[in-house]
Design a protein around this ligand. Structure first.
Ligand SMILES: [Zn+2]
Length: 396
């Protein structure tokens, strides 16, 4: 059907007119058929379904692999989020849009198919890399609707993420600065943000507490700001990514989690995480431009989950000359993210075994665009797709 449309279009007939001539029903069928044959679908030869990781105690599950706030037209990727399964539990890294549905589809935990008892019953922690909306927008979903998807009070879930920025970012370009949102506290960190979510949803939480006799939120989770050493947090506007060594801030009997600052200015703090397990190590870059901090954090890891942006997109979006507002966003897109040509050399320098691409911007491009990320990298390149599962270490 799409071929037919393309041929008709190339002969000068607009797609709207073609579809109108088919009537509404036919148009819907045509659009569905196009979506089904989208070039961004993984090729049939890929094999990262659950079966590929069978027998692995530690598994990386890509829940959502798209980056940025846009719901990319024609895209099939959910918002950025990953799960690291270690034995009988899993840890969530970022909570982009769609995460709850993806957790069900990923069949995590023994109760993933029970209406009310899973899959959050074996969630052991949430780790947010930074507080851009595309990384946290469904945290409220996990906390509020989680009550009916397995979130229980067996053990409080820790929610970790960056702390309060401490000051507003500078105004890009010239002019009078706008009035900030929430001037009394314009840059809340993870702990404050989580408390504010609970306040915002208090009507619902109290209904569940008094009527459904559900546990109080205080019994279910506790949010913490990752304690970045204070000597590195002094100058978010002038030195947002000082060179530093990774530091460990969380440990339980399954994982040890370390962090470092990465370069996502003016967002601050922006963090990358390394999870060390008995089976191997997995590093999540978060959103970042090139920085030696990430390479140090990822040294010798088994898997590096790295973000990437195709710079052709911002270039075509904002051709020169640009206004101040356009220039600000353009510079953020190409400096605070990692370009296709830089990803492979970063993975090579870190000496990781596998490079997994996630947080793809734009989130609706075919795999052929991302294949160039393997240039300069001797290890395995995996162009991530939603619900891919990658075994870590060796199968038992
Ligand atoms: Zn971001």
């Amino acid at each position: 059907m799409c071929d037919v449309l393309s041929r008709l279009e190339s002969s000068g007939v607009s797609r709207r007119n073609i579809l109108a001539s088919f009537g509404l029903g036919a148009a819907a069928v045509a659009l569905t058929a196009c979506a089904d044959t989208s070039p961004e679908k993984p090729s049939a030869s890929r094999s990262f379904g659950p079966a590929a990781a069978e027998g692995y105690r530690t598994r990386l599950v890509l829940l959502g692999t798209s980056g940025g706030p846009p719901y990319w037209p024609g895209g099939q990727r959910e918002g950025i989020s990953s799960a690291l399964v270690v034995g009988d539990r899993y840890y969530l890294i970022d909570a982009g849009h769609g995460v709850m549905g993806q957790l069900r589809k990923a069949k995590l935990g023994p109760n993933y198919d029970k209406d009310l008892d899973g899959p959050l019953d074996v969630l052991a922690g949430i780790f947010l890399t930074h507080l851009h909306s595309d990384h946290v927008v469904d945290l409220n979903n996990i906390l509020s609707e989680g009550l009916y998807n397995g979130l229980q009070s067996v053990k409080k879930i820790p929610i970790w993420g960056p702390g309060n920025r401490g000051q507003l970012p500078p105004l890009f370009g010239s002019g009078t600065p706008p009035t900030p949102v929430s001037p009394g506290n314009p840059t809340p960190g993870t702990r404050e943000m989580t408390d504010l979510i609970v306040q915002a949803y208090a009507t619902d939480f109290n209904d569940r507490l008094f009527d459904n006799r559900k546990p109080h939120p205080n019994q279910l989770w506790e949010a913490f700001d990752v304690p970045v050493p204070s000597e590195f947090t002094k100058s978010p506007n002038t030195d947002p990514c000082p060179e530093m060594s990774p530091f460990t801030f969380y440990e339980d009997d399954h994982v040890r989690v370390s962090a470092t600052l990465v370069n996502h200015a003016p967002v601050f703090p922006a963090l990358a995480y390394r999870f060390d397990t008995d089976d191997g190590s997995v590093v999540f870059s978060g959103d970042t431009g090139k920085t030696p901090n990430l390479i140090q954090l990822a040294k010798g890891a088994d898997v590096l989950v790295h973000e990437v942006i195709d710079k052709i997109w911002p270039q075509s979006l904002f051709p020169e000359p640009r206004t101040d507002a356009q220039e600000g966003l353009y510079q953020h897109l190409i400096q605070a993210h990692t370009l296709i040509e830089d990803v492979g050399p970063i993975a090579q320098e870190a000496g990781v075994k596998s490079l997994v691409l996630s947080h793809l911007v734009p989130g609706n491009r075919p795999d052929s665009v991302w294949e160039a990320c393997g240039k300069g990298f001797d290890g395995q390149l995996i162009i991530g797709h939603d619900l891919d599962v990658i075994g870590v270490g060796s199968a038992k």
